[in-house]
Design a protein around this ligand. Structure first.
Ligand code: PLP
Length: 602
């Protein structure tokens, strides 16, 4: 059966397989390989990040439509607003098209640092909301007052009472209207999934019950109660079950009701933070709820609590960024080399006189049949052990050892082939151990940092050859000199790739769902920078390739590290004449990724 690499599980109809290729399910439905070839025809080699702004737009639409439909369905009085948390992807290639495509939605931006707040102030669609989370100093609070002066609809969520006191201080100094104030509540309930530590009683962020009550007292005393408009929680990224959200909603809903009853008359919104998961698995569904269920739980719970307590229902804000951005970017990497652990019979080079064990192994190899396959295989493994011991003791030479290794390998391969249809577990396990190593032209540290840092899995698949059987269990190597730069074969999540002769054809592997967090977390380990990147957009079904950015040159990377560039040129070129001098110059002006390795030596 042909492998579809779980595209039906994680793909969300964004891509489909046709004529053996992965194609984009949008616009003129180009294949990914066509896009890659167009870029390569322009002279760019190496890995390529392709962004699809329409997928971001689709997610924003889906989020708004689902919540707005649910609000209608439940006859809910509040309104729905969403914001993109900038920390998930701050790149202009991502943010600017997103803002363009979302202007009709009042889609806002969430900032967690001064830099992000400045970006939000510079680019947010006018009248769309801005929220500010995270720890703040006086400068950052000052900045939010300036945003308010610039007519932004800004809410500063305070993480502690000191921030509230600073707001009051700035207010008195400037004598300008305060931005809206939100309170981040420290939840008793905890999230689920890898990032659950964002919630819970010991969470890094948020105010305790006592601090919430104190905050309201302070606001009343300063005559600023009207500034308090929002309460906020964030239970952590990628919730895989819905239970923790329901708990957090009940907890926050009751805090909202209490604050209203205690006199927070302008409080009108609950911001439920992020947490919406997307499906990264290529093997089985791991997210246990749908967006519809998520929306229904939010709308129903908040309505229920408000009505029972006779207060008006709050507006709903969400800040899910992973859900919005993950699917919109794909990395395509060329395969540089296949390091096969395959041996072929001509590599057995028997000597005139061989040790008896080698003779015996050769006989096993010649005589192996279905009935004796496992027995012979066990014998050969035992013989190999003996040969390795004899080698260590100096009794056999390197040729003997090589013959033993090649023979054992061929015997195992034959055994596997002979018993193919017997579903033999032991043989299958051995087969899994004999993997092909695919050396790909990319850096895991630069492009998939969460795979390295927190063991997150991403869908991986070839973008061509999908009409052929993929038979090789695959181990992926990147080009960094770090033993962590590897995606080892995992029996629980087996990856099979094709048997390719790279002398005859190219083979490109796609890594999907990289649009959330990966770009900015990516690092320059071994001085590999971000790959080249391009945005794919459509004008009336006609594809255009926009915002192309070439991967950073080596000299630019040096500059980023604050090296003295003139000094580097001097040191390198002092004793060189052309043509060697020009080679150095051209290398410095190119990126670190490898050019195709073509071997012709036989
Ligand atoms: C990180 C963060 C988000 C984004 O969460 P995702 O689940 O990754 O989309 C939203 N709100 C706040 C306050 C955050 O810190």
């Amino acid at each position: 059966m042909l492998n579809n690499y779980g595209i039906d599980i994680w793909g969300d109809n964004n891509f489909f397989i046709e004529d053996g290729k992965v194609k984009l399910n949008f616009g003129s439905k180009p294949s990914l390989i066509d896009i890659v070839n167009q870029i390569r025809d322009g002279g760019t080699t190496g890995p390529l990040i392709i962004r699809f702004p329409h997928i971001t737009q689709k997610q924003i639409q889906k989020l708004y439509n689902t919540f707005n439909d649910t609000i209608l369905e439940y006859n809910y009085d509040g309104k729905f607003f969403a914001l993109f948390p900038l920390k998930v992807n701050q790149l202009p290639n991502y943010i600017l098209p997103m803002l363009k495509y979302s202007s009709s939605f009042c889609y806002g931006l969430e900032a967690g640092s001064k830099a992000e707040l400045l970006l939000a102030m510079a680019y947010n669609n006018k009248k769309s909301p801005i929220t500010v989370n995270g720890f703040k100093d006086k400068e950052m609070i000052l900045l939010s007052f300036i945003a308010k002066q610039l007519d932004h609809n800004i809410t500063v969520t305070i993480e502690g009472l000191n921030e509230l006191i600073t707001i009051i201080e700035v207010y008195k100094e400037l004598n300008l209207p305060t931005p809206n104030i939100g309170l981040r509540v420290r939840l008793h309930s905890q999230g689920s999934g890898t990032w659950a530590k964002s919630g819970g009683i010991n969470a890094k962020f948020g105010l305790s019950s006592l601090e919430i009550l104190d905050a309201l007292e302070i606001l009343k005393k300063e005559n600023l109660t009207s500034s308090l408009t929002m309460i906020h929680f964030h239970i952590g990224s990628s919730m895989n079950t819905i239970g923790p959200l329901k708990k957090a909603l009940k907890e926050t809903g009751h805090i909202y009701v209490e604050l209203k009853k205690l006199g927070a008359f302008n409080l009108n919104a609950i911001n439920i933070g992020g947490g919406l998961a997307i499906e990264y698995s290529a093997y089985e569904k791991t997210t246990q709820y749908s967006l519809k269920e998520f929306a229904s739980d939010v709308v129903f719970t908040l309505k229920d609590i408000s009505i029972k307590n006779g207060v008006e229902t709050p507006n709903i804000f969400t800040e899910s960024g992973r859900f919005i951005s993950a699917a919109s970017s794909v990395l395509i990497t060329p395969t540089l080399e296949l390091f096969s652990s395959e041996y072929i019979p001509s590599q057995i080079k028997l000597k005139e006189k061989n040790p008896p064990i080698i003779q015996e192994m050769y006989a096993l190899y010649k005589d192996i049949k279905k009935e004796n396959a496992k027995e012979y295989m066990h014998d050969s493994l035992e013989h190999l052990e003996s040969i390795l011991t004899l080698f260590d003791l100096g009794y056999v030479d390197l040729r003997d050892r090589s013959n033993a290794e090649v023979l054992t390998h061929l015997i195992i391969k034959k055994a596997i082939e002979l018993k193919k249809y017997d579903k033999d577990k032991e043989l299958k396990n051995l087969d899994h151990k004999i993997q092909e190593k695919y050396l790909l032209n990319f850096s895991i540290f630069s492009s998939l940092p969460d795979l390295w840092g927190i063991d997150q899995s991403f869908p991986i698949m070839p973008i061509t050859h999908l009409d052929q059987d993929a038979t090789r269990s695959a181990n992926i190597w990147d080009i960094t000199c770090d033993s962590d730069g590897e995606i080892p074969y995992d029996e629980k999540k087996p990856l099979y790739l094709h048997d390719i002769d790279l002398k005859k054809e190219e083979y490109f592997i796609g890594f999907f769902l990289l649009g959330a967090y990966q770009d900015i977390l990516g690092m320059k380990h071994n001085l590999f920078s971000s790959p080249s990147q391009v945005n794919v957009e459509f004008i009336e079904n006609k594809m255009t390739l926009n915002n192309f950015i070439k991967s950073q040159s080596i000299i630019d990377i040096f500059e980023d590290l604050d090296y003295d560039i003139a000094n580097i040129f001097n040191n390198l070129n002092n004793n060189l004449e052309d043509p060697l001098k020009s080679i150095i110059v051209s290398l410095l002006n190119d990126n670190s990724y490898l050019k195709t390795i073509k071997t012709t030596y036989k």
